[in-house]
Design a binder for this molecule. Structure first.
Ligand SMILES: [Zn+2]
Length: 225
């Protein structure tokens, strides 16, 4: 079991490497950077996954997700500080703005028809949304997100070019669902992404999430934890 301080430092290392290189560090780089044996480095990554800071490729010590970063190509690309990154989902694509504060440009697609979607965010607001009716759709309620976070991020948090395309999509029709604007999605991101690059970052508590969602007016049965 790695100590908490070391876990913090490895977590930050992963995010800094993703930010600098667009890809996560491999296990050998964690071993070298922290003078760890293979088994000890792997144990730290497993602890970080258990603490919901990262997701590993199943059955390996390879980093797949360190939200908002994705190690693999996705339909969600965010350009910021002159670099383009793959995000895990529509929410993550916008969350880069909350994590870094800088202006971002998102290039994605309508999950239904594949039409390009472009969003630009500055100072906490969308300055360009094309097509203008674009929405961020959460097909699964928060209570189910962590049942299989790779599926949740990879398949159920998407953009639609319009409410009509959402309703025609195979993701629509669930009893519990929700659609947010890009601005709402940015606001949603602030508690969980705003301090990601701090050494002592901690995931918000359930109470913090619920209070934040309620303040946003998200108090339907969907937004429960
Ligand atoms: Zn569409």
């Amino acid at each position: 079991m790695a100590d908490a301080k070391q876990q913090q430092r490895v977590r930050l290392f992963i995010f800094e490497q993703f930010l600098e290189h667009g890809v996560p560090p491999v296990l050998e780089e964690v071993m070298t950077a922290f003078s760890l044996s293979r088994a000890d480095a792997e144990a730290v990554l497993i602890d970080l996954e258990a603490a919901r800071h990262i997701a590993l490729v199943k059955g390996t010590a390879r980093i797949l997700m360190a939200w908002p970063f994705s190690a693999v190509a996705t339909p969600f690309r965010t350009t910021v500080r002159g670099r383009t990154y793959f995000a895990n989902c529509a929410w993550d694509a916008i969350a880069f703005h909350a994590m870094l504060g800088d202006d971002i440009a998102v290039d994605s697609f309508c999950h239904h028809c594949g039409k390009p979607i472009q969003i630009e965010m500055s100072e906490g607001h969308a300055t360009r949304v094309d097509p203008p009716e674009t929405l961020v759709y959460f097909a699964r309620p928060p209570t189910e997100w962590w049942e299989d976070i790779t599926t949740t991020c990879g398949n159920t948090m998407v953009f639609f070019a319009s409410p009509e395309h959402r309703d025609e999509s195979d993701l629509a029709g669930a009893d519990e669902s929700n659609s947010l604007t890009p601005d709402q999605t940015y606001t949603l991101s602030v508690p969980s992404y705003g301090t990601k690059l701090a050494l002592d970052y901690a995931r918000p508590s359930k109470e913090v999430y619920l209070a934040h969602w309620a303040a946003m007016g998200l108090s339907t049965g969907f937004w429960k934890l």
